[in-house]
Design a protein around this ligand. Structure first.
Ligand code: FAD
Length: 540
């Protein structure tokens, strides 16, 4: 059983704390300065802080503002990597998947996947079954359930909307879905509680150097326009797709990465009623149709990208292409552009590889230590972030050891994320621990609705009473933000006061998924969310 570290009382994870700390930055000396507040940077900050190092993390925008809120939101082994023969990556990924299911059972939840086979393509049914057997063996069978092979009629019965023209059958297997932005947030909160200074809206604009060694960075506060110098023994570049650009700040011409663009679209689930993620074969790979509570996320594309890294958007051609694939697979659904209620796109920080085909580029990661001492961590996946972070801090510890500073081994594999404490998964369902906890679940469901109770448990895990207390204390905060979705007004207050949300988009896109999941991208509630935040943050 994973333990939780006793956290010394830490100040609220709020804008006020952030502002106070930014004001003191220049007078501090850190052991580790992390640049980038995606999953990689927050993972490194958490690991380093838990090993007792004094850590600062600077992020140009909001936490998870980059790729880490634009993924397919899967914590998975990656069947495709098995097909590519990358057994090491699959092994790492399935081990980390099992670990994250324990460390964050509320955020990493098992989900069935269906891999259909048409006319022996992409492989005969028996071969897909064999692949799944290897996949589960690598995971040492730590999966919620073993795979099942469905032949012709059985597959048609379980997936009635799927075209049966040439359908041989398929395989049902298990992987996990997550909320990527909240996985980053909880990792950041955990780092904060371990003592790290997590400071969003601080863009690094240059490096401090002394006798040829990187000794810190200059960063500009996006909220005040004021620049600050931050000094540290070790600086880590964890800027994902921006890694090469960050290296460019010290005039280093680097090409560690070849970022590729991936797009997703969002449909209402009543227009595509799926109970499992369905993998659809395309000419150059697969797209996933991933059901969530009331929506279906569909993606992803994988193409080279040379545009503005800060403005990665879905294009009309990509949306049309997704709809064509879906209509071929689910002809009765007859989906059109009006069925698309949202979209997102991001850049994969992929390592450069020899292959022209972007889908064949390696998904591994690399830790690079420059002669001037800067550590860069490039590539990787959401799924393997904890392991990557551990590797980075191990490399840092070698460096610190040469200065006579010795730190212990990483504890992160055995310490739950904050919301993971006090929740358990029983027969696939998530509930609070103990009889009392389970009784509370039932009370909340009858008071606010079953969907609200499920949403709060899946989003906040053991910390959900923080929302419920607010909702009970003020009737208005117990109301829904959007009548069709389970989000309560109490979550806006909680996001501002305990989750360092500073803008309306922080709340509506990354603390909640209102922009992705509401029928009108949140247009019906954006003004009211803004009004509430204005009250809380003292905006004019
Ligand atoms: P980012 O999340 O991009 O973080 C880098 C951060 O650095 C950004 O927030 C940026 O604002 C900040 N930054 C940049 N420059 C500066 C600066 N000068 N100063 C301060 N901050 C700066 N992985 C999975 O495991 N499962 C999946 O299902 C999955 N699906 C994916 C689907 C798509 C379409 C894509 C694109 C990726 C997917 N991945 C998936 C991969 C995964 O999302 C990424 O590997 C991971 O999110 C990268 O995280 P990161 O922290 O390295 O980068």
């Amino acid at each position: 059983m994973a333990a939780s570290l006793p956290s010394p009382a830490s100040p609220p994870f709020s804008l006020a704390t952030r502002n106070e700390r930014v004001g003191e930055l220049s007078s501090q000396h850190f052991d580790v300065l992390v640049i980038g507040g995606g999953i990689t940077g927050t993972g490194v900050a958490r690991d380093a802080a838990m090993r007792g190092l004094k850590v600062a993390l600077l992020e140009a925008g909001d936490l998870a503002t980059g790729t880490s809120s634009a993924s397919s939101k899967l914590v998975h082994g990656g069947l495709r990597y098995l097909e590519q023969g990358n057994v090491r990556l699959v092994l790492e990924s399935v081990s980390e998947r099992a670990r994250l299911m324990t460390l964050a059972p509320h955020l990493v939840r098992p989900m069935p996947f269906f891999f259909p086979v048409y006319r022996k393509k992409p492989r005969p049914l028996w071969m897909v079954g064999l692949g799944l057997w290897i996949y589960e063996t690598l995971a040492m069978f730590r999966v919620p359930a073993r795979h099942r092979t469905l032949r012709g009629a059985a597959a048609r019965r379980e997936f009635p909307g799927l075209t049966d023209d040439g359908l041989d059958g398929g395989v049902v297997f298990w992987d996990c879905a997550t909320d990527d932005a909240r996985l980053v947030l909880e990792t950041a909160i955990s780092a904060h509680e371990a003592g790290a200074w997590v400071l969003p809206r601080m863009r690094v604009e240059g490096f401090l150097t002394e006798r040829g060694q990187v000794t810190g960075a200059h960063a500009k506060d996006a909220l005040t326009g004021v620049s600050h110098s931050v000094s540290a023994r070790v600086v880590v570049n964890a800027t994902g797709p921006w890694t090469d650009r960050t290296l460019g700040l010290k005039r280093q011409r680097a090409r560690l990465l070849r970022p590729t663009k991936g797009t997703h679209i969002v449909l209402r689930r009543d227009r595509l009623p799926l109970d499992a993620t369905v993998m659809l074969r395309t000419d150059d790979g697969f797209i996933f149709a991933i059901p969530t509570e009331e929506s279906v996320f569909v993606g992803t594309s994988d193409t080279d990208y040379s545009g503005d890294y800060d403005r990665v958007r879905a294009t009309g051609d990509e949306v049309t292409s997704f709809l064509e694939h879906l209509n071929r697979a689910f002809p009765q659904a007859d989906l059109g552009p009006d069925d698309v209620i949202g979209s997102w796109a991001g850049l994969r920080p992929l390592l450069t590889g020899g292959d022209d085909d972007t889908r064949e580029l390696p998904r591994d990661h690399e830790v690079v230590l420059d002669d001037d001492g800067l550590v860069s961590v490039a590539g990787g996946k959401l799924t393997t972030y904890r392991l990557m972070a551990e590797e980075v801090v191990d490399r840092i510890s070698e460096r610190l050891a040469s200065d006579g500073m010795h730190i212990g081994r990483s504890p992160t594999g055995a310490v739950r994320l904050p919301g993971g404490v006090g929740v358990e998964r029983r027969r696939g369902e998530l509930s609070s621990m103990g009889v009392q906890g389970r009784a509370l679940d039932e009370t909340i469901a009858s008071e606010f609705g079953r969907d609200v109770a499920d949403h709060l448990r899946r989003t906040y895990g053991g910390r959900w009473p923080g929302i419920i207390d607010r909702a009970r204390a003020d009737e208005r905060l117990g109301l829904r933000i959007d009548p069709e979705l389970p989000y309560l007004w109490a979550e806006v207050d909680h996001a501002v006061e305990n989750e360092l949300a500073c803008t309306i988009v922080d709340v509506m896109r990354r603390r909640t998924q209102l922009i992705l999941r509401s029928r009108d991208m949140g247009a019906n509630c954006v003004a009211d969310v803004g009004a509430r935040m204005a009250q809380l943050l003292g905006w004019s």
